[in-house]
Design a protein around this ligand. Sequence first.
Ligand code: NZQ
Ligand code: ZN
Length: 391
Amino acid sequence: MQNFIQYTPTEVIFGKETENQTGEAVKRWGGSRVLIVYGGGSAVRSGLLKRVMDSLEAEGIAYEEMGGVHPNPRLAFAEEGVEKAIGFQADFILAVGGGSAIDTAKAIAHGTANPAVKLWDIWTNQVPLTQSIPVGVVLTIAAAGSEMSDSAVLTNEEIGKKAGLNSRLNRVKFAVMNPELTFTVPKYQLACGVADIMMHTLERYFIPGISCEMTDEIAEGLLRTVMSNGAKAMENQKDYDVMAEIMWCSSLSHNDLTGCGRGKDFSVHKFGHALSAKYDVAHGASLSAVWGSWARYQYDAAPERFARYAHKVLGIEGENQMEVALKGIEKTEEYFRSIGMPASITELNLQPTDEEIRELSMDATMGNTVKLSRLKPLSADEVYEIYQMAK
Ligand code: NZQ
Ligand code: ZN
């Protein structure tokens, strides 16, 4: 097991009607003037936003609202949010929504605390992030895990790039998680969420040569739980316990718990971010579309890990390690399809040309300056090959 630091400072407020505790939580974490950030209107239509506002008012907390966050959130919108937060003298940013609203809220918090700095300079690590203002979350979709992660992802539309920023300052103060709020998530988004949750653990799992028994057991349990409940949710999305399991998996899959002692890879996310930046596809679908090809290209570098995954997560038996490993990849692709997720780029309804695939490969490897993956190092040429396999 490798040395690690596990730092998960977020207060989790989980269960039915917990959104009514938002005001108390903001107060407890020092907020008195709040900018509420939300998406395209689902939180308005469901009445959630009103309940959150009522709960702030009950605590005497002043607030302003800013709706309109787009999935794959935009840098320019976050910059508008910074102006609004500064104008309102906000001391706390509250996200009501999923990964897109949360990541926008994190960006607004960083921009508010660093008004002289361009947000994209922070995102591209040209300026180190040393201060921010606090952020809280009311989660409405189980997917990105941003409610407990140290990450925030923005798309710079001007240059067509999607990039994540990792920082301790991206850990939010509290996350209100009421699984009932996810009953209205569109089926496709629900499936995208399941794929993304799986991927956050898979991206920490396929790293060879490091013994981490406890972490493996947690990871395998999480994968079994999210896959079985994901399938059940496709049948009945209003089953509280099913949606509660998925929601809890979303947070635990990306708060680093499933990477303790091994770290992370996140190369499939690099493939996905390049696809989302170019074609604006939903994040979870961008990952499931390439994972199978990524795994086929890589599995002979660590057949024992792929065979263990196939056996412990998917129940596949067999003597021949390579065969078991391959069956595990096939069964995972079948699972994606069974919940309506693409298992190839064609199934994403995209037909990129060879030239476009070359551009995607350069984008995923930052112009061929970094090699992806801790299995086989992938430069732009290998990434190109995997994208071609995924076509
Ligand atoms: O905008 P509204 O109207 O709220 O609709 C949203 C949106 O259209 C809808 N939705 C959410 N909750 C709903 C609901 N509709 C009805 N009822 C509800 N309760 O779902 C759509 C997707 O929302 P979004 O926030 O984009 O989803 P998700 O949570 O999957 O977030 C995706 C973003 O997070 C980033 C992704 O790259 C993507 O930009 N990620 C962030 C991470 C992080 N910060 O740690 C890690 C992830 O790997 C990921 O990269
Ligand atoms: Zn993800």
